[in-house]
Design a protein around this ligand. Structure first.
Ligand SMILES: CC(C)(COP(=O)(O)OP(=O)(O)OC[C@H]1O[C@@H](n2cnc3c(N)ncnc32)[C@H](O)[C@@H]1OP(=O)(O)O)[C@@H](O)C(=O)NCCC(=O)NCCS
Length: 170
């Protein structure tokens, strides 16, 4: 799997991405709107373990959150992709994205989300994908709506009210 958009390259994780994992784990923008410490690792060895888990998840399922690079410079800028989540006792897929602070507001979330939705709904033929964000995260809600999700309802996730959306294969 390798996805190219006009400005971005999205591909599965490799061992050599450990340096990118370490960078994102301490980036203030990347870590916004997630509980403190979720991506924090104590050293390079632990980061490599996390990267290898992502590699294994992708090998097993073809799905995961992928690293994103600028085509022009090769710079790592964030991640986008899907993970399973439990919705009312049923396994569904959630589209998610996170970018390093220096790369916010350049349209990269929208560009990568559109590409990932094509991959998930057309290539992998998932019947539907969900997305959700808190009311306090207008940039994420804007992206969700720009890439064509439909609002379903509010629901609780991580003890916070989130707006829940769906996009179906059509
Ligand atoms: C949410 C996030 C991924 C958006 O990435 P991005 O590449 O900046 O998004 P885009 O540039 O594609 O689009 C952002 C849109 O939100 C708008 N926006 C940004 N900040 C906003 C704000 N405070 N209020 C309202 N709209 C805002 C932008 O103007 C843009 O809309 P436009 O294209 O109509 O101008 C990025 O801010 C991020 O990584 N945040 C931290 C992690 C996170 O919250 N992930 C999502 C968890 S649900």
């Amino acid at each position: 799997m390798e996805i190219k958009t006009s400005r971005l390259l999205i591909r599965p994780w490799k061992d050599e991405d450990v340096k990118h994992y370490l960078a994102m784990s301490v980036d203030v923008g990347y870590n916004c709107f997630t509980p403190p410490g979720v991506y924090l690792v104590k050293d390079e060895g632990e980061a490599l373990t996390k990267v290898r888990l992502r590699i294994k998840n992708f090998t097993d399922s073809g799905i995961g959150k992928f690293p994103i690079f600028l085509k022009e410079t090769g710079e790592f800028i964030g991640t986008c992709g899907a993970d399973k989540f439990d919705l009312d006792g049923k396994q569904e897929y959630e589209l998610g994205y996170r970018f390093m602070l220096n790369h916010w507001n350049k349209g990269y979330a929208t560009e990568s989300a559109n590409a990932l939705l094509d991959y998930l709904l057309k290539d992998l033929k998932l019947p539907q994908v969900h997305a959700f964000a808190v009311y306090q995260n207008p940039a994420s809600l804007k992206v969700i709506e720009k890439v064509g999700f439909t609002y379903l309802r509010d629901f609780m996730w991580s003890n916070l009210v989130h707006r829940l959306y769906i996009k179906s294969c059509s």
